[in-house]
Structures are given as C-alpha cells and as structure tokens.
Design a binder for this molecule. Structure first.
Ligand SMILES: Nc1ncnc2c1ncn2[C@@H]1O[C@H](COP(=O)(O)OP(=O)(O)OP(=O)(O)O)[C@@H](O)[C@H]1O
Length: 261
C-alpha cells in the first residue's frame, strides 16, 4: 500500500464574511508519508475545520491542501475519516459493517478474507457474527477501524476518535491504532485535546492557537512503538509538550488582556 504526503500551503479560512479574524490563518504544514501528526489546541482553534479540509469536506477560502501533489477539492475513498462516534449501521453484524466500503465499491466478493483478517487484527474474532449493538463503545470503534482499513486508505484522519471511551480502552486503542497504521504505512492526522494521547500516538505534535487559528509550535516524538507510558522519555516529552502549551496559552491570554485594556 502506498502512503501519501500531505501539503497544506498558505491556508486561510473564513466561515463567513462578517468574521473580523479568520478561523484559520495562514496554515503551512507538511505531513510526511506513513507518519502520524497530531493537531492539539484549545477548543475552537480550528482543528476539526482543518481536518475537514484534509478530507475534502470543506474548501479553504485561501490556499490549498494537496495530497500526493493533487489539490483536494472533494472527498476520496482513499482518505478515510474516523469520528468520536463510529456511525455503524445498527441493524448489521460486525462483519457486514466492516465490509461496507468493499460492498459499496463492488469489491467484497473475492476479498472476504481481507475483512476476516482485519477483524482478527482488531481483536473482534469472537464477535464477527454479532449485531454491532451488542458491542461496547470500544469494540464498536474497532469495527469502525476495520471498516476504514478494509478500504486500504492512504490517509486516515482521526477526529478525537477515542474521547468517548473509558481510560483503559482509550489507552489500549491509542496504542493499537498507532501501531497497526504504522505497520500498514498509512499517513495519519489526529485531532485531540489530550496531551497524553498526542505523545502516545504521534510522530509529531503540532500546537495550534485560537482566534485566529494558527500553528504556533511543534514537538517531535522520536519514540519507537509500542510506547511505554511509564518510560522517562515518554514522561519527559509529555511534560515538555504541556510546558510549551502552557507558555503559548499564557502569551495568548496576555495578548487578549492587552487588546481589552
Ligand atoms: N460550520 C460552521 N460555521 C460557522 N462557524 C463554524 C462552523 N464550524 C465551526 N465553526 C467555528 O470555527 C471555529 C473552529 O471550530 P472547530 O470545530 O474547527 O474547532 P476545534 O479546534 O476542532 O474545536 P473543538 O476542539 O471544540 O472540537 C469555532 O469558533 C467554531 O465555532
């Protein structure tokens, strides 16, 4: 499977003409093939807006997103999105849900084994014939992951996909998804509020600021998978990211106070 490079160049976005400052302001970012980049920032800084632009669901007012050199202007089956809620078909079984993209593209016949293998890979071997409503939230998110992987995506866009799960399931899925997607060479972008999640999963964490939404910092996470969260390096990186985040936040607060006075 060939992964994709993503280029975001001079991207600015206004949701409407009355806005005094843009939702996203002059975003420039390159996301390398087969790597996971996390976008982290306070609520409202434009993370989901940017992700929707990578998915081709929203077109920027200025600038562009390019994937493998092609400008993104509409959704593509090779660029898959995973949301907080897995949006499965409740009347179907686990297998049927996982096979959906292949059924829709008319390629399920002959690829049944791929779906079986993916369900094994995400730990759903015993649940394949169950109705998805019989599964827990974490298991449903695993079905959504298998469904995404069945389409052999080049890019996987993750919008806070684990935030509705309990802490234990969340940590387990963070580790597994990062590992599985790396093994398959998929380029990933993760939107999160969670510093630990970013350090657990990402090769690079990009920090965004709000009003206007800008990239204001970044941190490389040069740690092998699976990552040991109790390792000194992991804790150090988490603290470093937290400190960077706090510094940026305080500067923003001071700027807002100065504007108000
Ligand atoms: N469809 C829309 N029309 C107008 N404004 C919007 C729309 N969607 C989002 N916004 C605004 O754009 C800004 C950025 O929203 P966005 O959802 O991208 O932020 P976010 O960083 O993902 O936030 P959160 O972490 O809370 O999900 C917010 O001020 C939001 O109110």
């Amino acid at each position: 499977m060939s992964a994709s490079n993503i280029w975001i160049s001079d991207l600015t976005h206004y949701y409407n003409k009355k806005q005094t400052s843009p939702t996203l302001d002059n975003i420039n970012l390159t996301i390398p093939k087969g790597q996971l980049t996390a976008l982290i920032g306070r609520s409202g800084c434009g993370k989901s807006t940017l992700l929707q632009m990578l998915a081709g669901l929203l077109i920027p007012t200025e600038g562009a997103v390019r994937i493998n050199g092609h400008t993104v202007y509409k959704p593509n089956a090779k660029w898959n999105m995973m949301f907080q809620k897995p949006s499965l078909y409740p009347w179907m079984t686990v297998r049927e849900n996982a096979a959906l993209s292949l059924v829709f593209s008319g390629t399920y016949k002959g690829n049944e084994e791929r779906v079986e293998n993916l369900l094994d890979m995400v730990g759903l071997t015993e649940h394949k014939d169950k109705n998805v409503q019989q599964l827990s939230g974490g298991q449903q998110q695993r079905v959504a992951l298998a469904r995404s992987l069945a389409a052999e995506p080049e890019v996987l866009l993750l919008d806070e996909p684990f935030s509705a799960l309990d802490a234990f399931t969340r940590a387990q899925l963070q580790t597994e998804v990062a590992q599985i997607c790396h093994d398959q060479g998929i380029t990933m972008v993760l939107v999160t509020h969670d510093i630990e999640e970013a350090v657990a999963m990402a090769d690079k964490v990009v920090i965004m600021n709000h009003n206007p939404g800008r990239i204001v910092g970044s941190l490389e996470v040069p740690v092998e998978y699976p990552r040991d969260r109790s390792a000194p390096k992991f804790i150090e990186l988490k603290e470093q990211l937290f400190a960077e985040f706090e510094k940026i936040d305080q500067a923003k607060q001071a700027e807002l106070e100065q504007k108000a006075s």
